[in-house]
Design a binder for this molecule. Sequence first.
Ligand code: ZN
Length: 502
Amino acid sequence: MDIETRIKTAQGDFEYGYTDPKTKDFVPASKLKLYSLISTDDNESIRKAAYEGIQKSAPAFLDDYVEYVKLLNTFAHKLGFEDFYAYKVFTEEGMTKKELFKIFDDLYEKGKFGFENIRELAVSNPKLKQPWNFSYMISSDFEKEEDPYFQFETALDVWTKSFANLGIDFRGSTITLDLLDRKGKHSNGFCHWPELIHFENGKRIPGRSGLTCNTIPGALGSGEEGIHTLFHEGGHAAHFLNSDMQDVCVNNEYPPASTAWAETQSMFMDTIFSSIEWRHRYAKDSEGNSYPFSLFERKLEKLHVFKPLEMMGIIAVMNFEKEIFETKNLTKAKVISIARKTKNKFSAFPINSLGLLTVPHIYSWSSTCSYHGYGLALLAVAQWRSYFFKKYGYIVDNPNVGKEMLKVWKLGMSKTFPEFVQMATGKKLSPQYFLQSMIAPKKKYIQSAKNRIKTLDKVKQKNTYEIGAVINLVHGKTKIADNKKGFELMEKKYNNWFKTQK
Ligand SMILES: [Zn+2]
C-alpha cells in the first residue's frame, strides 16, 4: 500500500465491498454502507455478503497497526507509564486504568444478562444466532416505521428550535454544516474547530466550528441521522464555542481535554433527541402527526431486553484495546485472536467476528484507547439527567438546563472529568444512575415516559430560532445557504437545494 492509501485506511476511508450473491461480482461499498446493508437490507443473502465483506477487509491494515501499537507503547514507557492505555486514561480523565476498569468490569457483570436474553430469544428464533440477522431483526421494522417522523427537511428547524428553547447561545461563533454524503467524504459524523475561542488584547474572539455527517438523500433513516448529528455534534460545538478560558489549549478536544467530558455534552443532547417527550413535541410526519406513543411502546416492548447492549459494545472495545496494549511482543496473529476472543465474550454466541478491527477509533492517535470516554459519558449523562429531573422536573425546552450547562461550558476543558461531574451534578461520579436505567423494568419506563410527556405538555415552547450563531450550509466547497437574512430564508434555500439532490 502506498502512503496515501495507508493514511486513508487508517482514517477509516478504506474502500470496502462485498461479493454480490447472484452475479458473484465484487461491489465496492463503504464500510458505513456495508453496516447499513446488514441492518436494513431485506435480502438475507445480501446481508450475509455485506457481513462477509466486512470480515474480509477488517484485517487489511494490521501490519501498520502492530507497528503503531508498539510505537505508542514506547512513547508511554518513556513517560513512565506501564502502557499507552494507562497514559491515555491518566492524561485525559485523571484516572488510573485500575479505577476505570473496576467500574466497567462491574457493569459488564451486571449487564451480561442482555446476552442471556438473546440466547433465550434464539430458542424460538434460531436465525438470531447469525450476526447478519441480529441487527436487522432488532431494528429494521422500526426504522421504516419511524422514518416519516424524521424528515430531513425538518432537521434544521427542530434542531435550532430545540437548542434555542434550551437557552443555548453560540455567542457570535460560526457553525458550518456539511450534511450530505458524497464520494470520498470521511465516513463518520464529526465536529471540528478550525478557529478556537481565543483572546486578543483581552477581548474574547468567537470561534468557528464545522459539523459533518453522511446523509444519503432519500435513503431510509437519513432524516434521523441528519437530526441526530445536529444534536450530537451540535452539542460538541456548543460546548467548546462557549468556553471563556484564555488558554486556548483547553478550548479544544485534544489533550488535556477529557473525551468523556466532551462526549457527556454531545450524548446529553442525544438523550434529548431520543426522549419520547421530545419526539412527542418535535418529531412530526408531513401531516403534522406526532411520533406515536404506541410506536414508542411497541419498540420498547421488543427492544427492552437488549437494553445493556450499547454499554456492552463500548466495554468490548475498551477490553480489546486494553489487552492489545498489555500484550508483549504483539503480532498480527495475536491481534486477530484478541479481536475474536473479545467479540465472543461480548456476544450472545461465539461468532468469531473481526468487527472490532473496523472501529475507526483504534487506528487514530487522538482516539486510540479513548473509547471508555463514551462509557464514562453514559454514566455522567445519566447522573446529570437525574440531577436535572430532580431539580426542575423536565429537561426538553428548559432554559435552566442550558443555563447550567453554560456555567460548566465556560470552563472549557480546564478540569478533569471527575471534577466536572462533581461540579455539574453536585455529586461524585457514580455508575448507579446509569445502572438503574439499564436494569429498570419495562413498566417503569412506560410510566416515566407518560409522566414526562404530561409534564412537557404544560411547558410553553417559544417560537424562536435564536441561537446566536452565524450558520453556513455547505456541500464540500460549495456554499448553499446562510442565515444572514434570517433562519427561515436559509432553511428554505437549503431545502430547495436538497430536493435537487434526491
Ligand atoms: Zn461525539
